[in-house]
Design a protein around this ligand. Structure first.
Ligand code: ADP
Length: 358
């Protein structure tokens, strides 16, 4: 069992305030991903949970008990870092056995746990090998094995896949998720990679500059980002933004850009003259073949085929715009196309507060 609660958590290093009042409830057995750009305070928060960093202010609870000053070894937590930090002179088995031996556990107790962990992590054939004879992915699995044999109530992963190549990252993502489904313990996972966050988390916590911007299920956040930061951070290629002012004609609101492009808006609580920014995801922009007054003309700058999708880059009213297409259409740089921004896919934000307008 490990439910974790953070209440108004602050962190200050000398004069620098790094975390500004973090509130977060993590249920027992949940897989929560902390995601945000480098330097936003994710690792600091995780190290506080591990007991490796003091809490400047606020309350931290494990299973309802205040644990601000609980020593790390009493927290029933295991951590997996980006650098696997394996002992090069010890075999895989001895690397995993290092912790239990240090705690003076008898081998009759931890031996079977190592065998079970090795089987689960596909490491059984490698137990007698030295780390130098393993691939990057296998080394990362040994680091996970060390965490698993502790049978912790809470797993902390700090960017564990950053050192792996792209293909291995995708594979390990699935393995960590499968491990969680089997062990069902609580996981807090830190990453700056929003794809990792979306694919792995039961819930994701989007952080920026020491604050939480939004907490929610991955697809809820993708579909309804709470503000401009989250809208731009989650999703790849990023959401497109167009800024302008609200105009209302006979109850129909529209966005008018600086260069007088007019885009129809959904019926929301908007005021004439209000400065807003609309967002639309690259996959939601449609290319139109027939002329229509609501189409937007777009000159293409760059065409980027990825195999499964093609990205078309251009500009709408000087703002960069990306369109993601699943079909392979023959476009070239400098072509002019007509784009349609379907009203049901528009996200509308107040430019000043940056908040979503519902
Ligand atoms: P992230 O994990 O999101 O990249 P960190 O939690 O590592 O961010 O860092 C958050 C901020 O705190 C950064 O601006 C970093 O420079 C600062 N910071 C981290 N550790 C220390 C420290 N020991 N002393 C002073 N500043 C620190």
């Amino acid at each position: 069992m490990a439910a974790v609660q953070l209440k108004q958590i602050y962190k200050k290093y000398d004069d620098t305030q790094v975390l500004h009042g973090i509130d977060l409830d993590i249920a027992d057995g949940e897989f929560v991903v902390l995601v945000g750009p480098s330097g936003c305070g994710k690792s600091t928060l995780m190290r506080m949970v591990a007991g490796l960093e003091s809490i400047s202010d606020g309350d931290f609870y494990i299973d309802g008990k205040r644990a601000n000053d609980l020593p790390p070894q009493q927290r029933n937590i295991a951590m997996v870092f980006q650098s696997y930090a394996l002992y090069p002179h010890l075999t895989v088995y001895e690397n995993i056995a290092f912790g239990p031996r240090l705690r003076k556990e008898p081998e009759s107790s931890f031996g079977p746990r190592i065998k079970a962990a090795a089987a689960m992590l596909n490491l059984s054939p490698y137990l007698q090998r030295l780390p130098k004879a393993l691939s990057g992915g296998q080394r990362q699995r040994v680091a996970m094995g060390r965490a698993v044999v502790r049978e912790p109530a809470l797993f902390l992963f700090d960017e564990p896949l950053s050192n792996l190549d792209a293909k291995l990252r995708v594979q390990m993502r699935a393995e960590i998720k499968a491990l969680h489904q089997r062990l069902k313990n609580t996981v807090i996972y830190v990453t700056h990679d929003q794809i990792e966050a979306i694919t792995m988390g039961d819930r994701i916590v989007v952080m920026n500059a020491g604050k939480i911007e939004q907490v929610g299920k991955p697809l809820d956040i993708y579909d309804r980002p709470a503000n401009l930061f989250v809208a731009g951070f989650i999703g790849s290629p990023s959401m497109n933004f167009i800024a302008g002012t609200v105009q209302i004609d006979a109850n129909q609101p529209s966005l008018i850009t600086a260069n007088d492009i007019k885009i129809k808006l959904p019926q929301l609580d908007l005021k004439a003259g209000q400065k807003i920014t609309i967002g639309i995801r690259p996959e939601h922009i449609r290319i139109e073949r027939t002329n229509n007054s609501s189409n937007i003309k777009l000159r293409l700058d760059i065409i980027e085929p990825t195999g499964s999708e093609t990205y078309l880059y251009g500009k709408i009213d000087h703002a960069p715009c990306c369109i993601a297409l699943r079909e392979r259409l023959n476009f070239a740089a400098d072509d002019e196309i007509q784009a349609n921004l379907p009203i049901e896919h528009l996200h509308v934000f107040d430019t000043e507060t940056t908040c979503r307008i519902n």
